[in-house]
Design a protein around this ligand. Sequence first.
Ligand SMILES: C[S@@+](CC[C@H](N)C(=O)[O-])C[C@H]1O[C@@H](n2cnc3c(N)ncnc32)[C@H](O)[C@@H]1O
Ligand code: SF4
Length: 384
Amino acid sequence: MLATPPLSLYVHLPWCVRKCPYCDFNSHQARGALPFAAYVDALVADLDHDLPLAWGRTVQTVFFGGDTPSLFPADAIDAFLQAASARLRFAPGLEITLETNPGTAEHGRFEHYRAAGVNRISFGVQSFDDGCLQRLGRIHDGAQAAAAIKLAQDAGFDNFNLDLMYALPEQTLAMAERDIERAIALQPAHVSHYQLTLEPNTIFAARPPAGIPDEDASWDMQEHCQALLAEAGFAQYEVSAYARPGRQCAHNLNYWHFGDYLGIGAGAHGKLTLGADQSILRRWKTRHPADYLAKAGSAAAIGGDEAIAPLRRPFDYMLNALRLVDGFALSEFEARTGLARSAIAAELATAVERGWIRIEDDHVAPTELGQRFTNDVISLFLAD
Ligand SMILES: C[S@@+](CC[C@H](N)C(=O)[O-])C[C@H]1O[C@@H](n2cnc3c(N)ncnc32)[C@H](O)[C@@H]1O
Ligand code: SF4
């Protein structure tokens, strides 16, 4: 039987100051004044349209993400949060995260976000090295990133994340370590450490920059940086996520535990368990901001609806849960996919045999080898 998992709310704000050459997110370069008020109206209409999928449920986390939500004035964030909390019950003290490009931070902004209810900030720092930042086409330098973080701290945000990338063009192991050391010195609660990937349909994929470290060098960086983070009290809990005790990202944890989420905004994806008909629905919205603005609130704004068929569920579940260092409980697999554990017994046995996972009682966790080859482990669960 499918049980109803916790519900999160993801809100996509689709504009950036400038498109970064490595980025394949649904982000659009802002040209001229942005229609903040109209976009908030569209978000609320979109939420109203999706509400029947989540009647009576409590929102456990909110995440404003995707692009550069910090381009949005605090009153726009406030207006949306007020409208959303009037429509859906918000759990007391729920985590509300706002992604921020350090190049858009300005004095006074963070106080207002805080007053609007935001209680966690995620900074897209990427690196503190000015040469690396330039090669990545970022709009800020290392000093600006540090200054933006200081502004947030002064506004009372101690729960903040720093996104860093490694295996950057021309980056050495010492440079990657230096980035981690500079991040730690700023006392974040959380660090996300992503290996740069060349995503299809990006400028970097079409013309790969020179000097990208190879797989062995990248793995070395990951291991050394992980050790530095561990020494400083940041435990790795997911492939790319490290947190101080109690500071894991509740929103992302809900994704990784195959929880539910409403996806509101241009190109946003949602996943909802519909208990009444024992199905799991994926729904995504039309991607282009102008199109979304014109259609939000009507069926025309829905880019697609797709039921996750039972055969597909093991793969979708593992795609998330096997990223977690602590793994998952088989009882959770059963509740969230509606399948018996016997449906994956053969694949689990193969993964154990290859040394990729260990199983103790109800619990499955990746081994160190499994953590290194996450994609291989996950692909075992692809239905033929
Ligand atoms: C959705 S982005 C939002 C952050 C914000 N827009 C910014 O860039 O400042 C979240 C994070 O994904 C990471 N990311 C984006 N593209 C990536 C790529 N091609 N490879 C690895 N990590 C990437 C970056 O660290 C980025 O901060
Ligand atoms: S990396 Fe961030 S700032 Fe750069 S284009 Fe992508 S979403 Fe926008």
